[in-house]
Write a protein that binds this ligand. Structure first.
Ligand code: MF3
Ligand code: CO
Ligand code: CO
Length: 265
């Protein structure tokens, strides 16, 4: 039986709240992009994101979230997600995912991009391209009322065809007035996602994490946040916030200057 949660179907006023949050978050991604180059530290990136958000009187959603103390996540090379900004200085050949979430008038916009720093290895470029293509293949595969598992089917098809793996422990999520809410959006087709539907008015993220080697994860025991690949190989991710409308998915976090659908890295 396909299930759904009626109360998460946003009305037009609420949808406009989410649209504004997504738009600001994308504007912030466009702002930070030119700074993400060799020589900057991840802590400096975080400070720029923090200051820009406050300048517009919005709120960095991660700041103070479950004890997290930064305004974004910066996940370099073998870090899959939730890398904590700090003293690490980007260097030629790195890949880095910058994940930004803003709260605008109570609504959340959440997105991430992986950046190539200077000249990167063929594998780094390929895994980044794969994560990007997985995101857009997933968006292309959903329609009003479809099962959530369409997303996992699309991501796995693209990743496995290229010999890459899909992280299972961290998933996309519903969002709205809350950062993480129903439903879970796994990037592989699990049993539950086959029973749940993407009804018009639902907002959620798609954020596939693609590993060059095995899918297995290794959460940092000391800082409790940083998640690395178990085998130490590279991982890449892209994320958009999506509103399902009556006529199809609407990407709320589209940037002006970032990679667009079909981009080749
Ligand atoms: N932005 C991440 C996501 O896409 C969540 C980061 S939570 C943090 O869901 F606390 F680690 F920042
Ligand atoms: Co998210
Ligand atoms: Co995010």
């Amino acid at each position: 039986m396909l299930q759904s949660s009626k109360k998460l179907q946003l009305n037009e006023a609420d949808r406009n709240g989410m649209r504004a949050a997504g738009k600001f978050n994308a504007q912030l991604m466009d702002y930070i992009r030119p700074f993400v180059v060799a020589g900057i530290t991840t802590g400096e990136i975080d400070q720029l994101i923090h200051d820009y958000t406050l300048k517009f009187r919005h709120i960095p959603a991660t700041l103070g979230y479950l004890g997290y103390t930064k305004s974004c996540c910066t996940s370099v090379n073998e870090v899959i997600c939730h890398g904590i900004p700090g003293d690490y200085r980007l260097k030629n050949g790195d890949i880095i995912n910058v994940d930004i979430t803003s709260i605008v008038d109570g609504w959340h916009g959440d997105q991430s991009e992986t950046f190539l720093i200077g000249e990167v290895s063929d594998e780094a470029r390929a895994v980044t391209q794969c994560a990007f293509d997985c995101l857009y293949h997933a968006i292309d595969s959903i329609s009003p009322g479809c099962p959530v598992s369409n997303i996992g089917d699309a991501v796995c098809e693209t990743a496995h065809a290229r010999g890459f793996s899909v992280v299972r422990e961290y998933v996309g999520h519903g969002l709205g007035k809350r950062f993480h809410q129903y439903p879970n959006i796994p990037h592989f087709p699990d049993r539950k996602s086959k029973t749940e539907r993407l009804l018009p008015g639902l907002c959620f993220t798609i954020e596939p994490m693609i590993n060059a080697g095995s899918r297995f994860t290794n959460p940092d025991k000391e800082d409790q946040w940083t998640v690395r690949t178990k085998d130490g190989r590279l991982s890449a991710q892209f994320e958009h916030t999506i509103l399902m409308t009556e006529t199809g998915p609407e990407i709320l976090t589209l940037t002006k200057n970032g990679p667009q659908k079909g981009h080749q890295f």
